[in-house]
Design a binder for this molecule. Sequence first.
Ligand SMILES: Cc1cc2nc3c(=O)[nH]c(=O)nc-3n(C[C@H](O)[C@H](O)[C@H](O)COP(=O)(O)OP(=O)(O)OC[C@H]3O[C@@H](n4cnc5c(N)ncnc54)[C@H](O)[C@@H]3O)c2cc1C
Length: 374
Amino acid sequence: MPHIVIIGGGFAGVWAAAAAARLRDAAGLDITLIAPDDAMVLRPRMYEADPDRATVPLSGLLDPIEVRHRRAWAERIDVAARRVHAGGEAIGYDRLVLATGSRLVRPGLPGAGLLFDVDTLAGARRLADHLRGRDGFTAVVVGAGFTGLEVATELAGRGRVVLVDQADVVGPDLGPAPRPYIEDALGRLGVELRLGTGLCAVEPGGAVLSGGTRIAADAVVWTAGVRADPLTEQIPARRDRLGRLAVDRWMRVAEPSGAVFAAGDVAAARFDDGHDVMQSCQHATPMGKTAGHNAAADLLGLPPLDFAPAPYVTCLDLGAAGGLYTKGWEREVALSGERGKEVKQWIMKRIQPPVDDAGLLLDLAGRVRLPIPF
Ligand SMILES: Cc1cc2nc3c(=O)[nH]c(=O)nc-3n(C[C@H](O)[C@H](O)[C@H](O)COP(=O)(O)OP(=O)(O)OC[C@H]3O[C@@H](n4cnc5c(N)ncnc54)[C@H](O)[C@@H]3O)c2cc1C
């Protein structure tokens, strides 16, 4: 039986597995998903006060669609021999989908080991446990981008928050359109801004900023910058500045074997008049569906599917100040405040794949373009 191996149990990996399983015919298709944990972690919710609520058991997703879960870290990919080395085993494949996501780039500064983060479940748990029950804590959040803003506004409801960024503006990569709304929310929540300022060192009792300013803090949270998982370096193909493998509109990587697909934060697909996908679950999900479908279609002699995601939107949680929902690449604000928050909560429910429901999971796997009805 032909064998599809998927590495990664996040948005891209799970949806790739479901999309491949959906194409299984009478001849059969063997599908293995390699991931180290028992649960899919909903990373966009790691800024919440209780991150453990943002996980989904992989068994409830994979068992109903008869996808095998190999609980291990993939250590090496041998593209020439079509094998993945994981947990002391060499697993052969006919088609591979690499979906190992991204990880936070940690700074090499004094005391960096003391930094907190919300990049992984372990990191988010550590921060939540550290702050739980502390009255009137002070947190320094480094990075006023998407993640830093969500962390800062969430923590602002519970303690003093100082938001630091090297840029002179908040949300430097979000563009000018949403900025007035963000500034207003930060002001209302009492978040203190230190813009045009870098983090120089972390100490047990706080942060040292550029210029030598010391801020006494219970936690210093690093949120700035993610990079594709380093397994991408084992595929002999072009990578972009974020370490992502270039893929075509079928999510296939241009490498000699022709048997490797990539999806999610490890892959850079160009679409929509020359835009590259964002490292977001919004794109990881349709990329996973496209990659899984095409890996299976390739083996079963079926036509491939083009990557065609829903129009680009952004939805930012601003804690007690509501939320912000923007449309298009210029991020024009469509909804803010309470309405923006409602859309965020609607999206956060929808990003979770259905558990113990093979019919619905397979049906959704066949729908790459799922627009947000707002
Ligand atoms: C705090 C935060 C807030 C975010 N907010 C948003 C948001 O509002 N909207 C949005 O669209 N996106 C958001 N994102 C980004 C989004 O979470 C990612 O883009 C998305 O998770 C990428 O999906 P993925 O499947 O590519 O990777 P991941 O979800 O990271 O999954 C990767 C999987 O691969 C596994 N893996 C890694 N290495 C190996 C290995 N060697 N062997 C086997 N398995 C491996 C991991 O265990 C995991 O199961 C946010 C991210 C963070 C951290």
